[in-house]
Design a protein around this ligand. Structure first.
Ligand code: SF4
Length: 332
């Protein structure tokens, strides 16, 4: 049930829930709803009750626990985008489903989970409770305490070191609303998916503040979460660890001006934040003219100007065991 994917910043997807409802501008051409409605996916039970037949979500959410079982049994190291066919913090996703997903993450430290939401208020509220007594309680409830290694894993790794949490930021309004919530959420890696990028976004405009710093400090600070005062004392605040940038794809794609991406790249680079330029989309413009690409969705970096050809990941020192390729799952 885990699937290979064309999403270049991950290795595969794992749809332990499917279904959603549109919530903001970035959702207008939701690829997941279109795909869920396709004959290929409609043959699977979990997709049958979540779309309305016109390619729109109907607001129902299906939980697919066998996907979690498959992840637990798998020993391969990789990055997994989970889920790609819905929003894990949609109001229709039950707390106990989230509990089962987070337990799966704790049981599989050799997998790096990339989790993305447009509903960071629920993510913050859930993770606040998760890292309290409730998480231990839920694990005991399921009898998983018999696995003494699990206790070692979550005692050692809170917040879970193999769980990256991100928010979608399609415009400045979404940035203002979602990023401060992400920064308050406990996470080993916090990331932004700026896709589809719909306008120029100024992340360091003085109006958005890192909640760790208070007024007067932009949240994308050049030192990645550390600031010095006049006496040389330093303090740490939550930081953004990774930024993904992309234009919209598909026949109804909205315009994507390459200069918007350039502005963002400059801001991320200034803040020493790794960048993954994913695609320029299907309706890109550069220097005032249409920017045509041969590749579908404009996803071949060789077709982009040199300044845009950046596909970086967060510092590997914060990606547990991903780079070595050694199979460590037997040790847990
Ligand atoms: S949140 Fe994501 S999955 Fe849900 S409607 Fe919007 S784009 Fe689609």
């Amino acid at each position: 049930m885990s699937n290979k994917t064309g999403i270049a910043w991950t290795d595969e997807t794992a749809n332990w829930i499917v279904g959603c409802s549109k919530i903001s501008q970035g959702c207008r051409s939701c690829y997941a709803a279109t795909a869920a409605n396709s004959p290929r996916l409609q043959q699977f039970d979990q997709y049958k009750g979540v779309v309305d037949g016109d390619g729109n979500w109907n607001g129902e959410i299906a939980f697919v626990p066998k996907v979690l079982g498959q992840l637990i049994r798998s020993k391969k190291r990789r990055r997994v985008f989970a889920p790609s066919m819905g929003d894990p913090f949609h109001q229709g996703v039950k707390d106990e489903w989230l509990d089962q997903f987070f337990v799966t993450v704790a049981l599989t430290p050799h997998i790096t989970y990339q989790v993305l939401t447009k509903r960071p208020e629920r993510m913050l509220e859930y993770c606040d409770r998760l890292y309290g007594d409730r998480f231990r309680h839920q694990i005991q409830l399921r009898g998983l305490e018999r696995d003494e290694n699990l206790t070692k894993i979550y005692n050692r790794n809170l917040p879970l070191s193999n769980l990256w949490l991100g928010v979608t930021v399609e415009n400045e309004a979404a940035a203002n609303e979602r990023i401060p919530l992400l920064l308050q959420t406990p996470a080993a890696v916090r990331f932004l998916s700026v896709e589809p990028l719909l306008e120029a976004i100024d992340l360091v405009d003085g109006e958005m503040h890192n909640p760790g710093f208070g007024e007067g400090h932009p949240w994308l600070n050049p030192l990645g979460g550390i600031v010095y005062d006049n006496e040389g004392n330093f303090s740490c605040a939550p930081a953004i660890d990774w930024g993904i940038i992309g234009g919209e794809s598909g026949s109804a794609a909205r315009p994507f001006e390459m200069e918007w991406a350039q502005l963002l790249i400059n801001q991320f680079q200034e803040a020493k934040i790794p960048i993954f330029m994913k695609q320029v989309g299907s309706n890109a413009f550069y220097e005032g003219k249409p920017f045509k690409t041969k590749s579908r969705a404009g996803s071949d970096p060789k077709e982009w100007p040199e300044w845009a050809q950046i596909q970086e990941f967060p510092d590997s020192s914060i990606i547990p065991n991903l780079e070595s390729g050694e199979d460590i799952s037997e040790s847990f």
